[in-house]
Design a protein around this ligand. Structure first.
Ligand code: BTN
Length: 326
């Protein structure tokens, strides 16, 4: 069956493509092409239609390109890269990455996609993933330390993502425990870490990163929390998604090296600098339970420190959510 992305990549910004030529190329009917165009438009991509000429995109697409990204990576990161893929359409890059072979110790693999049909967020949420708009990336990494030591990775890698975005000029950044990246008090990026393998033996970590770069308002109704994108926050945004991807990979790999060398304790202090909930009265919701208290940062295992009437409680990330108390 024809996937709309196959049509989309042919609709260059500068040239028109007739419906008949597209139908001939893919050996489908004009009606199928018409439906593909409707699907493309439903994603917020603007298509120019001229009866005598056909279709073309009104704006150039900013597509991911493997060699462009590789050229932007520092040598010490490239040397550790076992494989990299830039795919068109996937269900979830985390699911694709889950099928990858485990890279050798010290190495990592990356998969990115232009669109996810079942992007996964934390706590069973959907991660809205329109075409060629944002970054959907998963890093596969062999965990060399026991699973119980990995609690600090969620907040630590959120710091790495924030630093990558800061280096691209994104302003007003902040973090919300355990691993949400905020911009101007709205969610800009998220992290979903999944692990498979033996608790005592080698584990495969899949680190899924989603960053909103240029979301169309079409997506707004699909998202059940306050969100933002880079484009709305940076005046005169000139970077490409390849720039964002390269910065994210470099920063996350640097963070994983830090963790491997057991220097991750520095994330505890860094967290305090960016914590949007610091010293705020909050409610913590976990399955069937609610706790209230004041946020006092994180500890070396990535637990949230919550000052309650019973004293300082440590909350581990798991399936919990946190919201400010009104
Ligand atoms: C969150 O809820 O904050 C986590 C969002 C993680 C989204 C990314 S997009 C790339 C990777 N693939 C997925 O299906 N999810 C993660």
């Amino acid at each position: 069956m024809l996937h709309f992305t196959e049509v989309l990549v042919l609709l260059e910004h500068k040239h028109y493509c007739s419906g008949q030529d597209l139908a001939n190329k893919f050996n489908v009917t004009r009606a199928t092409i018409h439906n593909c165009i409707l699907r493309i438009e439903s994603l917020g991509i603007r298509v120019d239609r001229v009866r005598s000429l056909g279709y073309r995109l009104l704006q150039p697409l900013d597509l991911l390109d493997k060699s462009t990204i590789l050229n932007k990576l520092p040598t010490q990161v490239k040397d550790r890269l076992s494989s990299m893929q830039c795919l068109q359409a996937v269900d979830s890059t985390n699911c694709v990455a889950g099928e990858f072979e485990l890279p050798d110790s010290g190495q990592f693999s990356v998969v990115m996609a232009e669109i996810q049909s079942s992007g996964k967020g934390r706590r069973g949420r959907v991660w809205v993933s329109p075409y060629a708009a944002n970054i959907y990336m998963s890093v596969v990494w062999p965990l060399q330390r026991p699973l119980y030591e990995t609690g600090i990775l969620s907040p630590g890698l959120a710091i790495c993502i924030l630093q990558a975005l800061e280096s691209l000029g994104v302003p007003h950044l902040g973090l919300k425990w355990p691993n949400d990246i905020y911009c101007d008090n709205k969610k800009l990026a998220g992290l979903l870490i999944e692990c498979s393998g033996e608790v005592s033996g080698e584990c495969k970590m899949v680190i899924g990163i989603g960053v909103n770069v240029l979301m169309s308002q079409v997506q707004d109704i699909l998202i059940d929390q306050e969100w933002t994108d880079i484009f709305s926050n940076v005046d005169d945004w000139k970077s490409t998604r390849n720039d964002v991807a390269a910065k994210l990979i470099s920063s996350v790999i640097a963070g994983l090296s830090l963790f491997e060398k057991r220097y991750s304790i520095e994330w505890v202090d860094q967290w305090a600098r960016w914590d949007v909930m610091k010293d705020m009265q909050v409610e913590i919701h976990s399955v069937g339970e609610k706790q209230t208290g004041i946020v006092r940062g994180i500890d070396a295992s990535g637990c949230l420190l919550l000052e309650t009437t019973q004293g300082l409680e440590k909350i581990s990330a798991g399936d919990v959510s946190m919201r400010a108390q009104s």
